[in-house]
Design a binder for this molecule. Structure first.
Ligand code: NAP
Length: 284
């Protein structure tokens, strides 16, 4: 049996088109368009590329861009002041501080201070705490993208055995919380897990977020399981062998990867809506 491949690229396009329609409807109702502020310190080309692609994607769906670029030698206080201005600016629905920052700037300290209502990356300690407690808040983009893929493919999560390999703040922990919130029985594995293969074989839904190309072998996959490979740029799953046993599987590239920016756009719209209509807004 060959697994059905999940087309993350097409799904991401679909989410982006939906966000574009929802932004237009929001503006039609007399609201300001949502705004996404990005703050980039220094001239790292890869970071500039990430920020540029987020701003471009925002513009495509009608989200206003506030693109702040500071020199490599910008002082910590300067970055702090800009973030405080953005936090107070009602046109700004979401704030992203591109990490890493140059050494004189405490980037993770500053990012942690982004107000939860504008934390469209969903990675501050407050947002992580809200998620861990199952309370409403903005969720991290890559894990939300995974949940969207599972939802659109009608993957049964209620009571399902879900195994997550990886416990990072960026992916492993938040996806575990989201799966738990969807009533899966969740096991979280990491580098000290004993007999990883045996644990993976229990999974109806197996999420690999490790960063070790090909770690997950084909015969670790339960027949018919859903396999989500977060590894990038090379997958954590031995794709060809796993696809022989899985029911549903994400390829790399073209699986989880494209979902991240799509969910960032959705978060920016949700943040704008929650700011304007705090009660009953679309957070989950
Ligand atoms: P990370 O912070 O390095 O965390 C890796 C996790 O894997 C850790 O919890 C680690 O365990 C665990 N691990 C390492 N070796 C292991 C092994 N041999 N067996 C079991 N567990 C092992 O990585 P991350 O930020 O979560 O990213 C994971 C992967 O996802 C990377 O390839 C990254 O590039 C990719 N990623 C993709 C996207 C996207 O497509 N949009 C977004 C984010 C990340 P310990 O905690 O015990 O060290």
């Amino acid at each position: 049996m060959a697994a059905e491949r999940i087309d993350g690229k097409a799904t991401a396009q679909d989410v982006r088109a939906q966000v574009k329609r929802d932004v237009a409807a929001w503006v039609e109702r007399g609201h300001e368009p949502p705004g996404l502020a990005t703050v980039l310190v220094g001239d790292d080309p890869a970071s500039a590329l990430y920020v540029g692609s987020k701003q471009k994607a925002s513009a495509e769906v009608g989200i206003q861009g506030f693109d702040h670029r500071l020199p490599q030698d910008a002082a910590h206080e300067e970055v702090d002041a800009i973030l405080q201005e953005l936090a107070a600016d009602p046109r700004v629905s979401g704030i992203l501080l591109q990490l890493p920052t140059p050494p004189q700037v405490d980037g993770s300290g500053l990012a942690a201070m982004i107000p939860p209502g504008k934390d469209v990356d969903g990675l501050t300690p407050v947002s992580a705490g809200l998620l861990a407690q199952g309370r409403p808040g903005l969720r991290p983009c890559t894990p939300s993208g995974i949940m969207e893929l599972l939802r659109r493919h009608d993957v049964e999560l209620e009571g399902a055995e879900a195994v997550v390999v990886g416990r990072s703040d960026l992916v492993g922990r938040p996806i575990s919380s989201l799966l738990l919130a969807a009533n899966a029985t969740v096991t979280v594995c990491h580098s000290r897990t004993r007999d990883l293969a045996e644990v993976c074989r229990r999974a109806d839904v197996l999420v690999a977020a490790v960063g070790r190309p090909g770690l997950i072998q084909g015969d670790w996959v339960k027949p018919g399981a859903t396999v989500i490979d977060v590894g990038s740029p090379v997958g954590d799953v031995d794709f060809e062998a796993a696809a022989e046993r899985a029911g549903l599987i994400t390829p790399v590239p073209g699986g989880v990867g494209p979902m991240t920016i799509a969910m960032l756009l959705r978060n920016t719209l949700l943040a704008a809506q929650a700011a304007a209509e705090p009660v009953g807004a679309g957070w989950s």
